[in-house]
Design a protein around this ligand. Structure first.
Ligand code: TRP
Ligand code: CA
Ligand code: ZN
Length: 317
């Protein structure tokens, strides 16, 4: 189903650009020497979120570290990636508050000494299904990974994805990964923690050139990003190890200012996510589809910019 839909869209884009008005930037012909990133289907990202919600519903209402909801989430992500052709590794986090697995997925190919790694935490808090925090980043990453597998472009750099255990009790899964030495070949780490906040902000943190790669699509979409002051997420262990990072974020419990509401839309004096760390962080009510779509596409644009071989022209479909 996904393949048929995408092929149709690609064909339509080749014939008439007005037919895909929702993604004009992505649908444009490749500039010389550059391979355009594919559109990420927000419907397919939503499908993964629906699955996370049903996993929580079937497992006592949450997906927190140490819970059966976490284990089922990890199985869903790992099995989807294996089916798509990723080399999936389960790294048991022995230093986490409970021995859960980080899910690591390597896409074959690219320069193995220069890895572009993308990740986000898969666990939620104890109360609630954890849909925006962080089903959203987990689902967006999963769909970007599956789309990479479908498109199968030549990659200049090796691409790796990670879904972390036990972020909520202290960044433990990502810390374990970095401490294990497994990140020693990582050139840069890109983090996605909360990318569908209902009253969305468009936040981008990190260092160049990775921030430029992730921010390009936000600016193109009329959502020029700014850095967040909210703390903290899984980029920190990587930064402490001297690995450059960048990350996208739509905001947690902090309040949107009038200037931000002017710039991005939404409601001033209200939190970016009024259900942050609450049981109402559920699907579909606590997800902003526009923000999730823009952020998912921004991840793909960043990944293609940083890792896909610019000298390669994919076969026209
Ligand atoms: N990591 C936090 C959580 O899961 C949310 C958060 C706070 C955040 N500040 C951030 C996410 C900055 C990304 C970037 O509860
Ligand atoms: Ca999209
Ligand atoms: Zn959280």
């Amino acid at each position: 189903m996904r393949k048929i839909l995408r092929t149709t869209l690609a064909t339509v884009a080749g014939l008439t650009m007005t037919a895909v008005a929702s993604t004009p930037v992505l649908a444009q012909a490749d500039p010389p020497g550059q391979t355009a990133a594919p559109d990420i289907s927000v419907d397919d990202v939503m499908g993964h979120l629906d699955r996370f919600q049903r996993i929580a519903d079937a497992n006592g209402g949450d997906r927190s570290s140490g819970s059966p909801g976490y284990a089922a989430s990890a199985d869903y992500v790992a099995e989807s990636l294996e089916e798509a052709g990723f080399n999936v590794t389960r790294q048991t986090c022995t230093t986490c508050t409970s021995p859960d697995d980080n899910i690591i997925a390597d896409w074959p190919g690219g320069d193995a000494s220069s890895v572009i790694m993308l990740g986000g935490h898969l666990d939620g808090v104890r109360y609630g299904p954890g849909i925006n925090d962080n089903g959203s980043g987990s689902a967006a990453l999963l769909e970007v990974a599956l789309t990479l597998a479908e498109n199968d472009p030549a990659t200049a750099k090796h691409v790796r994805f990670g879904w972390w255990a036990d972020e909520e009790r202290g960044l433990n899964g990502s810390q374990h990964y970095v401490a294990s030495g497994a990140a020693n070949d990582v050139e840069a780490y890109l983090n996605f923690d909360m990318v569908g906040s209902p009253n969305a902000g468009y936040f981008l943190n990190g260092s160049q050139p990775y921030t430029d790669a992730l921010g390009a699509h936000l600016t193109e979409s009329g959502k020029p990003p700014e850095p967040t002051q909210e703390c903290c997420t899984d980029d920190i262990p990587f930064q402490r190890a001297g690995i450059p990072t960048a990350g996208l974020f739509t905001g947690a419990g902090a309040t949107k200012t009038p200037a931000q509401a002017q710039k991005w839309g939404g409601t001033a004096y209200r939190p970016f996510d009024p259900c942050y760390h609450s049981s109402c962080d559920s699907y579909p009510s606590n997800i902003n589809a526009e923000a999730l779509d823009i952020m998912s596409d921004a991840i793909a644009v960043g990944l293609w910019e940083l890792a896909v071989d610019d000298s390669y022209s994919p076969a026209r479909r």
